[in-house]
Structure formats: structure tokens, C-alpha cells
Ligand binder design. Structure first.
Ligand code: PLZ
Length: 448
């Protein structure tokens, strides 16, 4: 994607890395002092450089440092920062109206987003959606809808899962610290089963599925479960790509037992892996698909999309919320879908994988601390280990991420044990920027 037409008011940002101060720079440090006085310590920031503006794959801080953004705000600005079409659509909508509340007086863009979700989520059955504000709220609603439809209470989740920060979703997460430590009591009726983690378990897909299913049948029983919630590729857990056949076997078991199969595509969806939804790579047709993050180019929007009969089991008034499907966010989302289509952005994910994977595999040859290179499309990760073992090496992850930041690359970490570096750049990133960022990361490994 080379055409980066600028809206008249948007500052032109040359797509290059440029570090002009210490990191964080003096202005960022001043802002950080102000922040420490008034922003809760419970809200942390990975890299306390304060951002002034951004475009494409580059963010510019208040000190004028330009960073290559390999995180896209955890997979949110998937089609690039300040994409012109998204900015134009949101700006036009801002001037028309900012809010009516869809459950009071509706508007077209909400309907259009639901049409686009129905069209682009897997399967050609009749589908309906509800729009909400955040990923966690989509998870909450997916569970709520599944419970209403099935008349059952149990929620099954997988080890290493991440689903959010609300009370229910805290109970669904695998990792306690920092997400849930001290925040109980938690919602009940959540059952966590082993997942498929090829690098560690060495199981085939069918073997891992038999383990997951056997565990759930023993510890709760299929007839008690309203839903099974899975991330087709786990996000915060570290981009584990399940072994072949694992997810289809889980889906089949759900179908056979009247359990709603929910794909949490909040991180893996919206073109990130080269398909609209990662479920497609595994041949899944989930009953419900959860989308958020990348759906609206950075504006807060999320959705639950699924089989019409499941979505319609809820009584009128049962679903909603003040800001759900906000008109500015919905207008931005329509533009995101249009950009993916008109610029064939699905193909960009494959291009990015084609640069990152070989680059990281070459790095692995030199540095045995890289235990595993995995992922699909623009969702790639490396798991760092103690040399010659599969034991986690979070210290190496911390130093590589710090080295990258000091040298103008925003690189995110992940993994239950904090030993994964994840690459989820925007689809607008050029090969040149990827190669440049890989060079920085290679230097970081050399300096370990
Ligand atoms: N499901 C698969 O990845 C959000 C968390 C950032 P919200 N992941 C980023 C943080 O530290 O809070 C996420 C996800 C998956 C659900 C969620 C939750 O989405 O929009 O953050 O609520």
C-alpha cells in the first residue's frame, strides 16, 4: 500500500524511524510527572513516550521521535494510523451527529456495520449482530446471548486465554497477575481446559482436542455448558497457533452437544491474519464471532455476530447500552471494511508474514534463545527460552523490547510467562520499515 494521500489538516509523516532525544525525551518525562500525580498507578504504560501524532506505521512523540509501530495499539490500527478514509468518514459523521442512542432513534451506519459483519464473518447462514464498546463487553454479551439461547450457565475457556478486564472476563482469563490479583470475588461457572500449544505439548490436533474435551466432560459435563469461548490464535497468551484439526474437533463437539461455539476474534480478526477472521484458516464456522480492536480504525467499537436464531433468543431490550454502535465509530468501521476491500488489504498480511517469518527464522539460527517462531499473517511471535530448553526467558524479552524502544521500534510482549515478543504491525507498514525494525531487533539479540 503506497498511496498515503493526506487530508489537508493531517501532518505529513515521512515513513521512517528517527530518534532525536533520549527515550523517553524531556517533554515525555514532563508529561509523565503530571500523569503520575493524577492517573491511577493501576494504569501502566509499556513505553512512556507521549504521542503527538501518527500516520501509517509511524508514531511521533512530543519530542519529535519517530517510532516504527509494530504493535498498532495491540492490533487496533490494523489498516494504519490516521487512514485517510477513516479520518474522513469519522470527521463527516462528527459534524452530522455524534449520538442519538441506537436503542432510542437508530441510524444507518449501525445497520451497515451489521451487514458487513454478516457478510465477512465465516459461514453463509443468516447472521445478526449487536454492537458494543469494547472487546470485554463483546465477550460479556457473547456469553449472555449463549446462556439465553441454551438456558445453561457454564462457560468453558482455554488455558492461556485472555478475554478482558471486567468481572466476568477476569474470571475467564488464564493469567491472574496483573489482571485479577486482588479483584475478587469473581463470576462463577467458568471452566478452564488445557489448550493446544504445539511448542510445549507436542500433541497432534486430535490428541489435544481429546484432552480438552475429556477434561471438560469430566469436570463439568457437556450438558451444563452454554458456550466454549476460544481465541483461534491466542493473543495475550502468545500467538499459539493450535495444531491442525484441534479447533474443528472442538467445534464439532460443541455442535454435537448443543454448546455455542464462540470465536473471540478480538485480536485475530479484521484482516490481521490475511483473512477477515482467523477462524477461516482452520475451517471453522463459529456460532458467534466477537470482533473489536481493528474494526473501527482506532475508534471504540465491538460486535457480537452470529446465527440469527441464537442472536434473536434475546428479548427486545435485553441487549444494548448507551454508547454501543456509536455513530462516529460505526462510520469509521464502514470505512475500514471499504479500505480492506478497495486496497485488497487481506493480501498485505501475507506480504508482512513473508518478510517477518524468514527474518525471524534467520535470527533463530543465530540465537538459540529463540525457541519458536509462529503465527499467521501480521500476527507473528517469537517465544524466548533458556537456551536448549523450553523454559521461559522473560528477561531476554524485557531486554529486547527495551532495546527496540530505545532505538525507535515499538515492540510488544505477550505470553503467560512474559517470554513472547509479538509482531502485530499495521497492514500499511512497508517492507522497508519491517526490514529496518528487524535490523534493530537483530542488534538487540546481538547485545543480549
Ligand atoms: N479478547 C482476544 O485480545 C484485548 C488487552 C490490553 P478490550 N487485548 C488487549 C489490556 O492490557 O487491557 C482483548 C483480546 C481478546 C478480549 C480482549 C478485551 O478487549 O477492548 O480491551 O476490552
Amino acid at each position: 500500500m503506497t498511496d498515503t494521500l493526506e487530508t489537508p489538516s493531517a501532518p505529513v509523516i515521512v515513513q521512517e524511524r528517527r530518534i532525536v532525544t533520549a527515550i523517553p525525551g524531556p517533554k515525555s518525562q514532563q508529561l509523565h510527572e503530571r500523569r503520575r500525580a493524577v492517573v491511577s498507578d493501576g494504569v501502566s504504560s509499556t513505553l512512556p513516550v507521549y504521542i503527538d501524532h501518527a500516520h501509517g506505521a509511524i508514531v511521533v512523540d512530543v519530542d519529535g521521535n519517530q517510532f516504527i509501530d509494530l504493535g498498532a495499539g495491540i492490533g487496533v490500527t490494523t489498516i494504519g494510523h490516521t487512514n485517510d478514509a477513516v479520518v474522513a468518514a469519522a470527521t463527516a459523521q462528527l459534524a452530522d451527529f455524534t449520538h442519538t442512542l441506537f436503542t432510542i432513534t437508530p441510524y444507518e451506519s449501525y445497520v451497515r456495520v451489521a451487514e458487513l459483519l454478516a457478510e465477512h464473518t465465516p459461514g453463509d447462514h443468516a447472521k445478526k449482530s449487536v454492537l458494543v464498546n469494547s472487546g470485554a463487553e463483546a465477550v460479556e454479551n457473547g456469553v449472555k446471548i449463549a446462556r439465553k439461547y441454551t438456558g445453561r450457565g457454564g462457560i468453558a475457556v482455554l488455558e492461556h486465554a485472555y478475554h478482558g478486564r471486567t468481572n466476568l472476563t477476569m474470571a475467564m482469563n488464564f493469567k491472574a497477575a496483573p489482571y485479577s490479583t486482588g479483584y475478587g470475588p469473581f463470576a462463577g461457572d467458568v471452566y478452564r481446559a488445557p489448550n493446544s500449544y504445539p511448542f510445549h505439548d507436542g500433541l497432534t490436533g486430535p490428541q489435544a482436542a481429546a484432552r480438552t474435551i475429556g477434561y471438560l466432560e469430566k469436570t463439568v459435563g457437556a450438558s451444563e455448558l452454554a458456550c466454549l469461548v476460544v481465541e483461534p490464535i491466542q493473543g495475550e497468551g502468545g500467538f499459539q497457533v493450535p495444531a491442525d484439526g484441534y479447533l474443528p474437533a472442538l467445534q464439532q463437539w460443541c455442535t454435537d452437544n448443543g454448546i455455542v461455539f464462540i470465536a473471540d476474534e478480538i485480536q485475530s480478526g479484521m484482516a490481521r491474519t490475511g483473512k477477515y477472521f482467523a477462524s477461516e484458516h482452520f475451517g471453522l464456522v463459529p456460532d458467534l464471532v466477537l470482533s473489536a480492536k481493528g474494526i473501527a480504525g482506532g475508534l471504540p467499537l465491538a460486535g457480537v455476530t452470529g446465527r440469527a436464531e441464537i442472536m434473536d433468543a434475546s428479548q427486545p431490550g435485553g441487549l444494548g447500552g448507551t454508547f454501543g454502535g456509536n455513530p462516529v465509530a460505526a462510520a469509521a468501521a464502514v470505512a475500514v471494511f471499504e479500505q480492506i476491500e478497495s486496497h485488497n488489504l487481506l493480501a498485505e498480511a501475507g506480504r508482512i508474514e513473508g518478510v517477518l517469518k524468514p527474518g525471524l527464522l534467520a535470527l533463530q539460527e543465530k540465537h538459540p534463545v529463540i525457541g519458536d517462531v509462529r503465527g499467521i499473517g501480521a500476527m507473528i511471535a517469537i517465544e524466548l527460552v533458556q537456551e536448549g530448553t523450553h523454559e521461559p526467558n522473560s528477561a531476554a524479552v524485557t531486554s529486547i523490547a527495551a532495546y527496540a524502544a530505545q532505538n525507535g521500534v515499538i515492540l510488544l510482549t505477550a505470553g503467560t510467562y512474559g517470554n513472547v515478543l509479538r509482531f502485530l504491525p499495521s497492514l500499511a507498514i512497508s517492507d522497508e520499515l519491517l526490514v529496518d525494525a528487524l535490523g534493530v531487533i537483530a542488534d538487540g539479540f546481538a547485545a543480549l
